[in-house]
Design a protein around this ligand. Structure first.
Ligand code: SF4
Length: 321
């Protein structure tokens, strides 16, 4: 049985780790962009960021003064047993957020949208967000936190099926150029694209694609994987680079996630996970032991399952009597 305090401790640990230690895959991606970059200002920004990540890890301080919006993604094994049920789990996540905000410290960004009430702990009505998924045949719980910066680095468009791949590329470019020109997303970013679903799920998928897949990870559908690579190259060819300066390093990687959608449409969302691509995951085993890592491994084959095991029966066998 996993206890409530083990859950709280794991959530606290990932909150602290995410704020301070840049994920290795993202750091490698930044170094790759820095090696290829020729724009002098972009080179300066990229090197400064690499120095900044090192200083944050050495000093055990946040890599960016802006905490962004800390949030959680929780994957619960179907055989997991834990104290306090799901309400206890949620309470532990909220408590860990408040404790980490005080201890790291994290900037208490969360306020009421109208009254600007700030509890100084990044907790409030509907905050932090918690998204859930489930995994068959395992007894662990995984808690991932993401500190999502880039407040304005998100957009949505309803495309039509006839817009096709060209329409996807056009919206992708429109978005990156708008973000770059207005300095909205602290690039280079991991760009996540949601394709399909309903409007809300399209947004969820795009954000998860940006925040929950490691740099270099490819979608298991080979055609989608090819499109991810094409979009990455396209995004790095618009003449803008780090922080929107002249250069060629807007995109560290591009990830696409899809959901079945209405036959009349092809909704698309674009999300930028910024220069401070903060994420960390803890797996809590049934005996309470915990492992930390930076790759959430969120999109399992089970999550991307396509249909049901149910098969239509012959019309005659459906009739009763
Ligand atoms: S967008 Fe990211 S890097 Fe830029 S200020 Fe916000 S958290 Fe920091």
């Amino acid at each position: 049985m996993i206890t409530n305090s083990q859950i709280e401790r794991a959530a606290y640990d990932v909150m602290c780790k995410a704020a301070i230690d840049i994920p290795e895959d993202y750091l490698d991606g930044i170094k790759e962009r820095a090696a290829a970059e020729t724009g002098p200002l972009c080179c300066f920004v990229l090197q400064s960021m690499i120095d900044n990540y090192e200083a944050a890890t050495t000093d055990r301080r946040p890599m960016c003064a802006d905490t962004g919006l800390p949030r959680y993604y929780v994957k619960v094994g179907n055989d997991a047993r834990f104290d306090g049920g799901f309400v206890g789990l949620e309470r532990a996540l909220r408590s860990a957020t408040a404790r980490a905000t005080q201890d790291v410290p994290l900037r208490p960004n969360r306020v009421h949208p109208l009254w600007r009430t700030d509890h100084d702990n990044n907790v409030g009505i509907n905050a932090p967000e918690i998204e859930w998924s489930f995994e068959p045949d395992v007894d662990w719980i995984e808690i991932t936190t993401v500190h999502k910066g880039g407040l304005f680095g998100t957009d949505y468009r309803m495309l039509f099926p006839a817009d096709g791949i060209d329409g996807i590329k056009r919206f992708f470019l429109d978005t990156l150029i708008a973000f770059g020109k207005r300095g909205l997303a602290c690039q280079p970013a991991i760009v996540g694209i949601g394709l399909g679903g309903s409007k809300d799920i399209c947004m969820v998928l795009g954000k998860q694609a940006a925040c929950l897949r490691a740099v270099g990870d490819r979608n298991p559908d080979p055609e989608i994987a090819k499109l991810e690579m094409e979009l990455k190259e396209l995004g790095n060819s618009i003449g803008m680079g780090a922080m929107g300066f002249v250069g060629s390093s807007m995109v560290v990687d591009c990830h696409i996630e899809v959901g079945f959608t209405h036959t009349g449409g092809m909704p698309m969302s674009v999300h930028c996970f910024c220069l401070s691509s903060r994420r960390a995951t803890a797996r809590i085993h049934a005996d309470g032991s915990t492992e930390l890592r930076s790759d959430p491994q969120w999109f399992t084959p089970y999550m991307r399952r396509e249909t049901v095991e149910w098969q239509p029966q012959a019309a005659s066998s459906n009739k009763s009597g």
